[in-house]
Design a protein around this ligand. Structure first.
Ligand code: GDP
Ligand code: MG
Length: 437
């Protein structure tokens, strides 16, 4: 299972001090990618991973007994929190309780109206009435009747009438007269947000004062869901979100984006076309789904592959014997380049900040450094102390850099070797592993 996989992925690094940060960062990069893949807004995804990072480092993830499990838990908990606490029900306080559906065309309002009526009827022993306020398409009224027949719930419609407010009010009156204690009002949607649709739903909302206004959204809508949710919320100040079409492989990142834009609870999800394909929204289940944890695991694993322990051990030995040369240095650079931005990585090495402060750690600077090292003979690379003034001059002209730059690199190399030697106990060991690929 997932936790075991992550545990395995973290195993190599376990107990190696703060270098763990690199792995935490690597993991969270994958989490962020998973969020973006799931259509979570970029800014929200970034904020999220930053938050998890702080928590992870605070808890010393890798030195814990089961780092993989702890990491998964952290990510999941944070995501769950972001999507809201426990599922909230529908406000059924009125007599009758009036529930208004809103949302774009095709979002699943009519289908969900039926599902909700069925749910309230069977689970809460209510007597619902469905009211057809989509006045633009005769087929829409038929559709609601079909749904009503299917679940054995009455449907109120008025085919000649083109005023949704009047139909809604008549429907409520019908409910009162016929002992219905819940009225679900299905409305018309457009393909995109427009003023006419907004005015219409706002007028219905104002006239009937529903106990519960629900915003229905297709979970496949992706980034657009944020704008649509905001537009409807600005006009209706709705009470809850219904996320439909969560069957199939939709990851439902829309849930996170919507949640962070409108801060309204997600109440139910739709998981199919059938009338019983309705579920109370569970933030923790959604968190698992959005993360598609498998992806995260594979990224952690990929990061892990870049740690070649064997090579790391060799380098350690060389350092111990003062035999660390420019070829090793070059390897490290290549390794670091594989792992991502040098600046990011260097920032994570414990104690390295100070030593590296003067160093130019632009990723571009790599090219120059590599050019210089490539202009050295094998003997020079192995024994940097060979480098006298004339050799330096030759290397400078060979690499197209200045002698000054060659000197600078030598100085950096020297600093680095010293630092690595210094760090060979404790955390330094881990750094060697990181650089040893
Ligand atoms: P409306 O225009 O907002 O009323 O949307 P509809 O209720 O007519 O739904 C539009 C389409 O989406 C229909 O074909 C529904 O069967 C389908 N649909 C609605 N909810 C779901 C769901 O949860 N899963 C799947 N797979 N299809 C759904
Ligand atoms: Mg409809």
């Amino acid at each position: 299972n997932l936790s075991e996989k992550l545990d395995k992925a973290f195993h190599v690094l376990k107990g190696h001090g703060q270098i763990t940060e690199i792995n935490v960062a690597e993991t969270l990069k994958e989490v962020r990618r998973a969020l973006l893949d799931a259509d979570v807004n970029f800014k929200i995804a970034k904020e999220f991973t930053n938050k998890v990072k702080e928590k992870a480092l605070g808890q010393n993830v890798l030195t814990s007994l089961q780092p993989g499990q702890l990491m998964v838990k952290l990510v999941k908990d944070e995501l769950t929190e972001l999507m809201g606490g426990d599922a909230e029900g529908i406000n059924l306080s009125g007599t009758p309780s009036i529930i208004l559906m809103s949302g774009l065309q095709g979002s699943g309002k009519t289908t969900f109206s039926g599902k909700l009526a069925n749910y309230l009827k069977t689970k809460k022993t209510k007597k619902p009435l469905l009211v057809a306020c989509d006045v633009y398409r005769p087929a829409a009224i038929d559709q609601l009747h079909v749904v009503g027949d299917q679940i054995g719930v009455d449907v109120f419609s008025d085919r000649g009438n083109t005023d949704p407010v009047a139909i809604a009010e008549a429907g409520i009156a019908y409910a009162k007269a016929n002992g219905h204690n819940v009225v679900i009002i299905d409305t018309a949607g457009r393909l995109a947000v427009d003023e006419e649709m907004m005015n219409e739903i706002a007028n219905v909302h104002k006239a009937i004062k529903p106990q519960e206004t629900l915003f229905v959204v297709d979970s496949m809508t992706g980034q657009d869901a944020v704008n649509t949710a905001k537009a409807f919320n600005d006009v209706l100040n709705f009470d809850g979100v219904i996320l439909t079409k969560l069957d199939g492989d939709t990851r439902g990142g829309a849930a996170i984006s919507i949640k962070s834009v409108v801060t309204k609870p997600i109440k139910f999800i739709g998981t199919g076309e059938k009338m019983d394909a309705i579920d109370v929204f569970h933030p923790s289940r959604m968190a698992e789904r959005i993360l598609g944890m498998g992806d995260v695991v594979s990224l952690v694993e990929r990061a892990q592959e870049q740690f070649d322990e064997e090579e790391a051990r060799k380098i350690q030995k060389k350092i111990a014997k003062n035999k660390f040369g420019f070829d090793d240095f070059l390897k490290q650079i290549q390794q670091i380049k594989k792992m991502g931005s040098l600046k990011d990585l260097m920032g994570m090495i414990p104690g390295a900040g100070k030593a590296l402060k003067g160093m130019d750690i632009d990723d571009d600077a790599f090219k120059h450094v590599e050019a210089i090292i490539h202009s050295m003979t094998p003997a020079e690379r192995e024994t940097p102390t060979l480098l006298n003034a004339s050799r330096k001059k030759r290397i400078a002209s060979g690499s197209g850099r200045s002698v000054q730059e060659v000197n600078q690199l030598l100085k950096q190399f020297d600093q680095m070797s010293k630092m690595m030697k210094m760090m060979q106990g404790g955390g330094g060991k881990k750094m060697m592993q990181m650089m040893g690929g």
